[in-house]
Ligand binder design. Structure first.
Ligand SMILES: Nc1ncnc2c1ncn2[C@@H]1O[C@H](COP(=O)(O)OP(=O)(O)OP(=O)(O)O)[C@@H](O)[C@H]1O
Ligand SMILES: Nc1nc2c(c(=O)[nH]1)N=C(CO)CN2
Length: 695
């Protein structure tokens, strides 16, 4: 059938049609968290197939169907209880329209012109036809307009209409009412013989999953398409769902920032990449180059090594936070001082397009937009990335104006598989590390891990993920959740994504498997500042003496498809890692040539930096006040004698590692000629309690 094509009536002739086009409302339907939170426009076209001759004869509205009432009902469904799928929305509209006995059949088209589709498109819509025989499979939604009618009433009316000579109208009227309307997907005649409430044809009957109701994992059990036995007014109220607890039905993109400046930082970061990739529900799809960066804020401390991971995840934002905090903990993270030195820091920079603030989690990360140590590696691995939220914008643009950009010492591409550097033992006293001169260079897009490097280490079970570059939503680079992982076959995933497998079932670890969820949200968080645990990499190239291996999980030592079940191994707290930093002071040998000079990554979106309205505070401060404009990079006072953006200094390089960044402004923080490492412009506010945010 085509949309609105005539339907043959009981007398063998085409029925008349009432056509209603373009009823629109903001609805919260969709599988992605932001669709649920923000809502978008939905539009519906509806064609009612009925016989209008009686109305025409009597000229009486009561003898037909009021299109105004139908329009109201359609609007209410569009704006009502969120569903995952437009299919469900269309089905609900069909049900509410067919609740009118005069209507023999209905065609429904639901448009979703703002659907999250990554290529240019005009509209996407679903078209369905439902009638008395091929009836809607959802309960009739409670809407403001029509009185809900029982299925018996509907069926009785139909039979009376179709076969008045049988006198069934009276019989139908004599039937008991079974409560709110439920329309069965079987013939109307069959309905009259059974109590409609006894065998409802709600989503359960057809498998809720098939309709996506449970797939999103957000609707409480029974709320999806169960017959609406509650009061209609209440039934239509969508349950409140904190978007931070909403697990997406399909993997969404997220960005994680890693940093470390205690212990063998490169080894830690490497292992952290592997650990994160092994978490059920997280897949690392891309890994940035490694950046050595001057510490920003906090006390005098060694340089950091920083990297950014692009991941796909099916975890809710909070579960993702718990997971990465667990990995921090595995690596001996101790929170003593805000912005203090740490063995490992993992921040969620961005989670899909979610923008939200709560006590425990803010998305996007509130300081990401002003941190070159995040933006520079991110821009290298995802040149077209855009940071959302306040102060957000094209990452590559934010990177070249970030206040700490001059503190980016160098970038290394092969850090996942290349030799780790422990020659640059620096500053065990917390003093700044000697740094390579900061120059202007570029990092050419190249795989994070050389294919030869990968194949040269096939047997290494700890080999970190070596994903293909270019995570993006475009199809060619896209994520194929069901397909085989196309990278690092030599690095088997130790954890099967089967729902029954928990991440770290033992209680202190904080994650107890609970049904299909990998993480028990209510479980205590694993972080325990009073019992720091040193992380001991299972495979380490570090020359630093390590504490005995204390595995958290038994990890298969060779590829074993399918992945074996995870076995939790009890482990006791072990002494903290030595507080020495092995952040290499000089660029280590690299197998990648990094061309000079620096050019902003190709394919940048056209973007003009907004006028620089921000005036730096008189006191050195790393905090840049949030500015309400989206896509406005944090303003930087231009260095007095140089144009730092977009023209960078002379090409210069001295070895295979790149020294990244524009020439250091003479006084990037407007305070003195100090190098930012020494200046430590990120000063916590007075009275800062380091435990305050670390619940
Ligand atoms: N996007 C986010 N990513 C990670 N943690 C966050 C985020 N938003 C809020 N938090 C909260 O911040 C708390 C402190 O995190 P953490 O100790 O990593 O801070 P930090 O790294 O010292 O400082 P910063 O937040 O400036 O990077 C965490 O316990 C977490 O609850
Ligand atoms: N260079 C650098 N500086 C920092 C970093 C970091 O990862 N790198 N992390 C901080 C708090 O998250 C504070 N300062």
């Amino acid at each position: 059938m085509t949309f609105a094509e005539a339907v043959t009536g009981p007398h063998g002739r085409p029925l008349d049609r009432i056509c209603l086009e373009g009823v629109s409302a903001t609805g919260h339907h969709g599988v992605l968290p932001h669709e649920r939170v923000e809502g978008q426009v939905f539009r519906a076209d509806v064609v009612l197939h009925l016989d209008t001759r009686a109305a025409a004869t009597s000229d009486d509205l009561a003898a037909t169907v009021s299109y105004a009432d139908v329009a109201q009902d359609v609007h209410d469904v569009l704006a009502g209880s969120p569903a995952d799928l437009v299919e469900t929305v269309a089905e609900r509209i069909a049900a509410v329209v067919l609740d009118r006995p005069a209507v023999h059949a209905v065609d429904v088209r639901v448009h979703k012109p703002q659907a999250p589709i990554e290529v240019p498109f005009d509209d996407v819509s679903i078209v369905i036809r439902r009638d008395r025989e091929h009836a809607p499979v959802v309960a009739t939604p409670a809407v403001s307009g029509a009185e809900p009618r029982t299925a018996s009433e509907v069926a009785g009316d139909q039979r009376a209409e179709a076969s008045p000579s049988l006198g069934l109208a009276g019989a139908a009227a004599a039937e008991p009412s079974y409560g709110p309307a439920v329309v069965a997907p079987t013939m109307a005649d069959a309905l009259a013989d059974e109590p409609v409430g006894a065998e409802p044809f709600g989503a359960e009957s057809f498998g809720a999953e098939a309709f996506g109701a449970e797939a999103f994992g957000t609707e409480p059990a029974g709320a999806a398409e169960a017959p609406e036995t509650a009061e209609p007014a209440e039934a239509d109220v969508a349950p409140y769902l904190d978007p931070l607890d909403a697990a997406p039905a399909r993997p969404i993109g997220a960005v994680l920032a890693l940093g470390a400046n205690l212990g063998d930082a490169q080894v830690t970061l490497r292992d952290a990449v592997t650990d994160i990739d092994r978490v059920p529900g997280i897949q690392v799809t891309d890994v940035s180059p490694l950046a050595r960066t001057a510490a920003v804020g906090g006390p005098d401390q060694p340089d950091f090594l920083n990297a950014v991971l692009i991941v796909k995840t099916t975890l809710s934002p909070r579960d993702l936070l718990r997971a990465v905090q667990q990995v921090e903990e595995l690596h001996g993270r101790v929170r003593e001082e805000r912005w203090g030195p740490r063995t490992l820091d993992v921040d969620i920079v961005q989670y899909d397009t979610l923008t939200t603030t709560s006590d425990d989690l803010e998305l996007p990360h509130p300081r990401a937009h002003e941190r070159a140590f995040v933006l520079v590696p991110w821009a290298e691995v995802a040149p077209d990335a855009v940071l959302g939220g306040l102060g957000g914008g094209p990452v590559s643009q934010l990177a070249v104006t970030a206040p700490d950009r001059a503190g980016i010492r160098w970038l290394a591409l092969d850090w996942l598989t290349g030799p780790t550097q422990s020659t640059g033992q620096v500053a065990t006293d917390g003093g700044p590390a000697p740094s390579a001169p900061v120059q202007s260079v570029s990092v050419e897009r190249a795989p994070a891990v050389a294919p030869d490097a990968r194949s040269s280490e096939p047997e290494t079970p700890q080999a970190p993920p070596t994903p293909p570059h270019g995570y993006a939503s475009e199809a060619p680079q896209g994520y194929a959740p069901e397909g085989p992982r196309d990278y690092a076959p030599e690095a088997p995933r130790a954890y099967s994504p089967q729902p029954s497998q928990g991440y770290a079932p033992e209680a202190p670890q904080g994650y107890a498997p609970e049904g299909p969820r990998d993480y028990a949200p209510e479980a205590p968080q694993g972080y325990a500042p009073e019992t720091p645990r040193a992380y001991v990499p299972e495979v380490s190239t570090s020359s630093t003496p390590q504490a005995p291996l204390v595995p958290i999980f038994e990890v298969p030592s060779a590829p074993q498809p399918p992945a074996p079940p995870v076995t939790a191994t009890p482990h006791a707290p072990v002494p903290p890692a030595p507080s020495t930093s092995q952040v290499p002071a000089e660029p280590p040998a690299s197998s990648y040539e990094l061309p000079l000079p620096y050019d902003p990554p190709a394919q940048q979106p056209a973007y003009e930096p907004a006028p620089q309205a921000y005036q730096p505070p008189a006191e050195p401060s790393y905090e840049v006040p949030d500015q309400p404009q989206a896509y406005q990079p944090p303003a930087m006072p231009a260095p007095p004698e140089q144009q730092v953006y977009p023209a960078f200094g002379e090409p210069a390089r001295d070895d295979a590692y790149a020294v990244w960044g524009p020439p250091a402004p003479a006084d990037p923080f407007g305070t003195s000629a100090q190098h930012p490492t020494a200046a430590h412009p990120e000063v916590p506010e007075a009275g800062y309690d380091p435990t305050e945010r670390d619940r």
